[in-house]
Design a protein around this ligand. Sequence first.
Ligand code: THU
Length: 133
Amino acid sequence: MEALKDLYHQARETRERAYAPYSGFKVGAAILSSSGKIYAGCNVENISYPCGTCAEAGAIAAMLAGGDTKIQEILVIADSSPLILPCGACLQRIAEFATPDTLIHLADMEGVKQTLPLSKIFPATFTAKELLK
Ligand code: THU
């Protein structure tokens, strides 16, 4: 429970630093890694629109840079109703470092509103075992 509060606050604080001059839509994400460390990220847009990156991608990059590789829980926050879900590309990014049971917390400016396991949101992940050979 304490960890969830920390996740929320770090995602919320990092969201404030999002660079979203084109959409005006700031997103924050925070990962609780298997080591217990928290890593946060925000969306970073670009004048060349497709170059923009999502908050989840930033949090995942921070996690790897910090020496962790396993997402235990991840929280995504936006000032939005309905709540936002990670986009399709981010679900694939999350799945790379998560398990089907990894919890995804969906939050707005009031708090965490919904928690779902990854398997519920993303039941059919792209996996190509032959690529691991
Ligand atoms: N965005 C995220 O950061 N995460 C998502 O899962 C969905 C969308 C960002 C991308 C873009 O900067 C803005 O939200 C509007 O799409």
